[in-house]
Structures are given as structure tokens and as C-alpha cells.
Design a protein. Structure first.
Length: 356
């Protein structure tokens, strides 16, 4: 079960780790340059730098990669288990059963508890670096007693609930306030990069890591439907705080801005089209003043009146009016229709009947 909000949150947490790791590595190199107030010889510095490189970019990187993959997989399992908990209400802890299993993890092997028991908020694998434990769904009897063994604070985490791969950032420990500020600036620069996009289960839909989380689920649902039905590429864009105007949710076909308009009735469509024009004339929102899409999200309308939609389009989009509009996309109950401005001006509305 794909959850765009969770994917965004996990990706953000990985970006945090990367930003703090980069700052930590650089500071370690800077500290290695001098000893007792004097610059160290090149051979000494190179030896230390090589050792740091092995630690940061090989040994620790491998551990972080394995932790990320394992945590993400277990987060996905948690969501699947939640969806099926009425059939299998309990969860069972498993180790791999070999000599490498930690003693604490051995004690939890075979433990069965209800899926919503607080235990799973802090004891969800992986519960240490390199942990290979897992959890399965079951209707077995609940275990009467829970072994009183603690998890390290850094691993008291269920990523599906916390939205974090790393509950604590290991590189943050011991940093000065100045170094933490620098790491946060690195994070900010990384997040502002245009190519920081999250892939989704739909290859034609991507999400900016700084997308607005408040409407993300719905923005993704509509983009997913439209991308599949219309074979169009959607990017859910970075969120920007703007006064008086909403930030367009989409970049469509890697070129055109698109704003999702969710409406409960068709009577205010004309005003929304006018507002969209004002919105896209704003040079902060649309600096290059390129044509835009209106993406109509019509699911809240109980009975769709196609004739009323056509009447509105006839009035608001003519050879002289609505010139900033590239086209309109209509999504209704899992169906999607794309009309270009040329089709609207030429009164080619046949495709709208597909929404019925």
C-alpha cells in the first residue's frame, strides 16, 4: 500500500542524515589539518583523511544503506498488516535463528502481541545496526509476558508511525551549535534542488521532497489517476508560502504549471477560472508566464452535469479569453479527460462524456 506522505517523510529524514553526515565529515577533515596548533605534514593528513573516508563513505555508508532498506521494507509491512488486522489481529516477532542474533533479540523471538500494542512502536525491526529480525502477521494466541529488555534509544522506532528511518541522527551527537546550523543550511540547499524528486509506484508521477504534506495524499491520488488515464507526466511541486494566492500543485508534462481545484458544485467554476488567471499572472508563481492547466477534482460532486461544464467553458474560454490556459484536466470518480485550449475554443467537448 503506497503512502505518499510516508514516502516523503522518510526521504526527508534521509536528507537530514546526509546533510549532517556531510558536515561531520568536513569538520573531521578540518580538525585533522592541525595538531597542537600546528599544521600536520601532508603524509599524516592524508593517512587520517583516508581512514575517515573509509569510515564515512564505505563502512558507515554500508550500514546506513542496509538500515534504510530494512526499515523501509518493515514500514511497508506495517501498512500491509494494518490493512489486514481484522483477519490477523496479532503480530509475531522472529529472529533469523543463527549465532549472530543478539541476546535481547533472542528473548523476543516468538513473542506474539496485538498489532496495536505499544510494544511495536519501539520494538519494530530493525532494532539495531544490522538487525535482521522481522515480524509476521498471525492469529496465534497472545504471549502472556513480555521480556523486559530495552532497545537502544536510537532504535526505538517504527518508521511507519514516526516517518523516520533514523529516529536519532548519529552525526548530530557532539556537534556544536554552529555546526548544527551549518548542517541545517546544507539540508536547506539540498531540499531546494529542483531534481530532488521522489519516485512513486506510478513512473509518471514524482513528488518534490518539499511538497506540501497537508494535501499530499489527495494531490497524489488525482495525479495518479490522470497520469494513468491520460499518459501524462506529473510532478507534485515544492510548497511555497504565498500571500493571497495558492501555490500550483503540479508541473505537468515537465513544462506547464497545474493547479488542482476541488469543488463541491459547478456554479462557481467561472469564478475559479478567473481566479486561476490572476494566480498565473503572478510573476512569483509563474515567472516565465507560461500557459497553465486547471486540474478539476470533481469527486465531491454527487451528480455531474456535463452540459453545465460545457456552458461554463463556452463562456470563459474563447479565441480572445483564457489565453493563458494551456488546457484543462477533469477527474471524476477514477475517470479522467484532457481538453486542450484549442479543443475548448473549437467547441470539441465530446471527450467530457467519458466522465459519465
Amino acid at each position: 500500500m503506497y503512502d505518499p506522505e510516508l514516502a516523503l517523510s522518510l526521504k526527508y529524514n534521509i536528507a537530514e542524515l546526509s546533510a549532517f553526515k556531510e558536515t561531520s565529515f568536513r569538520k573531521e577533515l578540518e580538525r585533522a589539518l592541525t595538531k597542537n596548533g600546528k599544521v600536520v605534514p601532508w603524509s599524516d593528513f592524508k593517512k587520517t583523511a583516508d581512514e575517515l573516508n573509509v569510515d564515512y563513505n564505505r563502512r558507515w555508508l554500508k550500514a546506513e544503506y542496509n538500515q534504510t532498506v530494512a526499515t523501509a521494507n518493515m514500514a511497508n509491512k506495517w501498512q500491509d498488516y494494518q490493512a489486514n488486522k481484522y483477519l490477523y489481529p496479532n503480530l509475531k516477532y522472529h529472529t533469523v535463528g543463527d549465532a549472530r542474533v543478539r541476546e535481547a533479540h533472542k528473548a523476543w523471538n516468538g513473542l506474539v502481541l496485538p498489532i496495536d500494542h505499544p510494544f511495536w512502536k519501539t520494538h519494530w525491526p530493525p532494532v539495531d545496526w544490522g538487525c535482521r529480525c522481522t515480524v509476521t502477521q498471525t492469529d496465534d494466541e497472545v504471549t502472556p509476558d513480555i521480556p523486559s529488555l530495552q532497545v537502544k534509544d536510537a532504535f526505538k522506532n517504527n518508521a511507519a508511525l514516526s516517518g523516520k528511518i533514523f529516529a536519532e541522527l548519529p552525526y548530530k551527537e557532539g556537534m556544536s551549535a554552529t555546526e548544527i546550523k551549518e548542517a541545517n543550511e546544507n539540508l536547506k540547499d539540498f531540499l531546494q534542488a529542483e531534481d530532488t524528486l521522489i519516485k512513486t509506484k506510478n513512473p509518471k508521477v514524482k513528488i518534490s521532497i518539499t511538497a506540501d504534506r497537508n494535501d499530499l495524499s489527495r494531490n497524489y491520488q488525482v495525479a495518479d489517476i490522470c497520469a494513468k488515464k491520460l499518459n501524462m507526466d506529473f510532478v507534485i511541486r515544492s510548497h511555497v508560502e504565498l500571500k493571497k494566492h495558492t501555490n500550483p500543485e503540479y508541473l505537468i508534462l515537465n513544462k506547464f504549471l497545474g493547479d488542482r481545484k476541488s469543488i463541491k458544485g459547478l456554479n462557481n467554476m467561472r469564478k475559479i477560472i478567473d481566479d486561476a488567471k490572476d494566480q498565473m499572472m503572478n510573476k512569483v508563481i509563474n515567472p516565465k508566464q507560461i500557459p497553465h492547466y486547471i486540474v478539476w477534482d470533481l469527486d465531491l460532486i454527487e451528480k455531474l452535469d456535463i452540459d453545465q461544464i460545457i456552458d461554463t467553458l463556452r463562456r470563459k474560454v474563447t479565441p480572445e479569453r483564457g489565453r493563458t490556459i494551456q488546457g484543462m484536466i477533469f477527474q471524476y470518480k477514477g475517470k479522467a479527460v484532457h481538453l486542450t485550449r484549442e479543443q475548448i475554443v473549437n467547441r470539441e467537448f465530446e471527450a467530457l462524456t467519458k466522465l459519465k
